[in-house]
Design a protein around this ligand. Structure first.
Ligand SMILES: *Cc1c(COP(=O)(O)O)cnc(C)c1O
Length: 452
């Protein structure tokens, strides 16, 4: 399978190049040249299949030409060693819990899948470096304001041939988040930068552009726009439909899928699933106060703006990267006019935007009425379904993080003491190891070169 750039000015790339480079040369996002529809027999069998087997079929539609069947099976099974159950919250509304992975966030699946895919390419001997000096190790650099760092670090933990450097802003990451990537050791190095998140990001960007560094080390990013990180999220939606179908058998209502969104990677994967034939009638993109996509749906104009800090901070995005993928998909790679594209998008996707006050109110109301503890991100999804679900529909919203990841906030809003799952508690008992780093590229470069 070849991948083209949403900007249309870069050469096509094969899977390996798309994964190692992340972003195309013209700064566009990679898109698969085809989205294969799955056969009716698969959808008929799906309710009786296990998550891993469903995911393998979905993965094969994207990656089957590039990875042999056994290799892909191993990759998928290794990635999905946990469940993503649907839980009934109230009549017609179900939570799809995406937080049962190693760091209790849905980004775990994409991060782990990408790690295993890179490892597959390394083992097959096809990933090389321009220089002889690179000792065969791939170095992943990732800047984080909290959540991405932990998912990537845990996804790549113990994967041979890959070393991960997580750059994070000193004192600006919550203790629960910090311990998830500073206590791991092995092939994970946490770099504590004397600066803010943007400084970490700038150091990583400078490293990718530095010729000398690239001559000595093979560098790659594990950015969320990477096809290997975003496509596997489609697995969730097939599994959710399968579980709901067997639970409500016979299913007579139409399914509405509601995704709390920030960079729009997760919902984009769901939309790819829809293109593959997944029987979902329509989608809702639930936002916090960062409302650029919501405004696009209303007006047809896309006007990115600086992000606003909210309670649901993993969705604080003012210019969602995957918007370009959604436009590319529904404009058929630019063949349709902006008006036609907008029309197609609004006939399938509706929006919602909520203030912090509304998020809190929703968390309290849901807890009182149902006993279900929402985290601030999931709360946006739950509320959008409550407001928009129509007669004859059944709704599933993604619960994207475990409430314990936002314990301070959730405890305060609900007046409870959220239990910390053992997996999280284990991280908190670990010993913090990090390398202090000045906010200075020369210092960072020297540090990397010494380890090359
Ligand atoms: C990353 C994240 C989101 C947003 O997902 P996108 O793919 O960026 O839209 C929502 N909730 C949580 C908890 C996240 O970590």
């Amino acid at each position: 399978m070849q991948y083209y750039s949403t900007n249309g000015k870069a050469p096509m790339a094969d899977l390996q190049k798309a994964v190692v480079k992340g972003l195309a040369e013209d700064r566009g996002l990679y898109m698969p040249e085809r989205i294969n529809r799955l056969p009716k027999a698969f959808f008929d069998d799906m309710p009786a299949m296990r998550f891993q087997d469903i995911a393998y079929n979905v993965a094969a539609a994207f990656f089957g030409e590039d990875i042999d069947g056994d290799g892909l099976k191993e990759l998928v099974y290794d990635t999905l060693q946990f469940d993503c159950p649907i839980v009934k919250v109230k009549e017609n509304i179900y939570a799809l819990e995406l937080f049962h992975g190693p760091t209790l966030a849905f980004k775990d699946v994409g991060a782990r899948f990408m790690a295993r895919l890179l490892q597959y390419f390394l083992r097959s001997g096809s990933v090389g470096c321009d220089s002889s000096a690179a000792n065969g190790t791939v170095n992943v650099l990732v800047a984080t304001s909290g959540d991405t760092g932990s998912a990537v670090a845990n996804g790549f933990l113990g994967v041979e041939g890959i070393h991960v450097y997580v750059l994070y802003p000193k004192g600006k990451v919550s203790p629960i988040q910090e311990c998830q990537f500073t206590t791991l050791g092995q092939n994970i190095t946490a770099v504590e930068v004397d600066g803010v998140f943007d400084d970490c990001q700038a150091l990583v960007k400078s490293a990718f552009m530095d010729k000398e560094l690239n001559k000595h080390m093979m560098l790659t990013s594990a950015n969320s726009i990477n096809v290997a990180r975003f496509l596997p999220q489609a697995f969730y939606y097939f599994n959710a439909v399968a579980r709901l179908t067997s639970l409500l058998s016979p299913l007579t209502s139409d399914i509405v899928m509601c995704v709390p969104s920030g960079n729009f990677g997760n919902i984009c994967a769901a939309l790819f699933g829809h293109e593959m034939g997944l029987p979902v009638k329509r989608f809702i993109a639930a936002n916090n106060a960062n409302d650029v996509f919501y405004n696009y749906l209303q007006t047809g104009q896309y006007e990115p703006k600086p992000s606003i800090q909210t309670l649901a901070n993993a969705m604080d995005v003012g210019d969602p990267s995957n918007f370009a993928r959604i436009i590319n998909l529904y404009s058929e790679n630019g063949q349709l006019s902006p008006e036609e594209t907008h029309q197609r998008i609004t006939s399938l996707i509706s929006g919602a935007t909520y203030s912090d006050e509304q998020i809190k109110e929703t968390m309290r109301k849901c807890y009182e009425e149902t006993g279900y503890i929402l985290d601030p991100h999931g709360a946006c999804g739950y509320r959008a379904l409550e407001e928009q679900l129509e007669e004859g529909e059944v709704g599933i919203f993604c619960e994207t993080a475990h409430p314990a990841k936002f314990k301070e906030k959730v405890d305060e809003i609900l007046g409870i003491d959220v239990e910390i799952p053992e997996r999280l508690a284990a991280f908190m008992r670990g010993e913090k190891q990090s390398v202090p780093m000045a906010n200075d590229f020369e210092a960072f470069k020297l540090f990397l070169l010494e380890r090359a």
